[in-house]
Design a protein around this ligand. Sequence first.
Ligand SMILES: N[C@@H](Cc1ccccc1)C(=O)O
Length: 464
Amino acid sequence: MLSENEIKIVEYLKSRPNKSATAEEISDSLGIPLSSIYSLSQLLKEKGYVRLEEKKLTKYELTDEGKLRLQRGMPEDVLIKTLNGQSRKISELKELMGNELEIALGWARRKNLIKIEKDSVIPLVKDYQSPEVDLLRDPSKINDNNYKQLLARKLISVKQETALILSLAREDITVVKPITYITTDIIKNHEWEKAPIKEYNVEAEPPFYPLAKKHFFKEFLEKLRDVMINLGFTEVKGNYVELEFYNFDLLFQAQDHPAREIHDSFMIEGKGEVKDLELMNRVKEMHKKGWKYEWEPNIALRLVLRSQTTAVTSRVLSSRPRPPIRTFTIGKVFRPDSIDATHLIEFHQLDGLVVENGFAFRDLLGVLKEIFYQIGIKEIKFKPAYFPFTEPSVEVYGKIEGLGWVEMSGAGLLRPEILEAVGIDSDAGAWGIGIDRLAMLLFGLKDIRLLYANNVDFLRNFRG
Ligand SMILES: N[C@@H](Cc1ccccc1)C(=O)O
């Protein structure tokens, strides 16, 4: 009994004029890997279908020099072409042919193509093409008689190979379909006695089906969400397109604050609307009193792509919720910048808000410590800082193995001006954490853009 591929090999040998072929030829013609042909030929031999014979073959391969000469011609060819039937001075030829000239002269003389008189070269032929080049063009013409010259001129290399030759020993092919699946019928009808039962190949490699998995950065964002929810915070969401009123004004960021310059936020055409006119008025008073300038409602109604998720916190505050409040938001923010390995123009922030009677600065630091601990950053320290909407304010630094202290967050107690404007009579703390750079450092990535990688091979092999 023969397998499918064994049958193919026998059929192939039958089709050959001398009923034989090398393993390589069979592999090329049938598209079966050479290694399989080797093992199948052993099986065919054992079953008496083929005879095997090993034969030493000489293989000629072009060297780099050979490939070059095939393109350009041999130096003596170039010389004859350069002479073009006319005598020329050696010095002139040297200019034209450089170092190649000496070799060319030597071979051209030996082949009787030129004569040298005094300092001139006189051609004896008008055209010439070396037989060497013909052989290089068609290496199958190279044989025991003509290879030596090519070898001496370093145009070819010679390799000895052993070829396996299969020749047909028997032509009658019997095909018996083996039983691969046993049914009750096969047992009842005694078919199992007539055909062989295919053995299991317990060593066969199973096909590889990669499991679908989430993008590692998405998983990281989900982990942050879980951390916040476990700490008793409720998630809130906002829009990417936001009024300057919520992104800046309500947060006590003056209208001439540098972050509001056209090159520091993405501006969007059109105007927004604030329905709560009383709130607008109170924000206006807050700016007048605090920053001492004429607050311009038209500026507040301009649209931007939110530059901080604190805009979402601002929306929460503007709805004048009843304390106690613990909310957080995770989302994209947008800032113009030039994109490189550490800068993106859209990235993620996590902003949080706590409004509770008696919520003190120490409590805020405690919450931050807990959040970072849960993310895996066990050591943090605080540095005094400034934000328009908080007082006192801090920057939070976290320690990352091998990198040292890295700035991760801004935080503070909300300014009384803001709480007064939104009508909340309670203590409140807020913070904003930059997520992308943090993720990049925790994942040990050298380029922040890899967080958005969509290269499936990279993602499949990346162990976050
Ligand atoms: N929004 C600030 C961070 C911050 C949020 C809340 C309070 C204090 C600071 C930033 O983007 O840098």
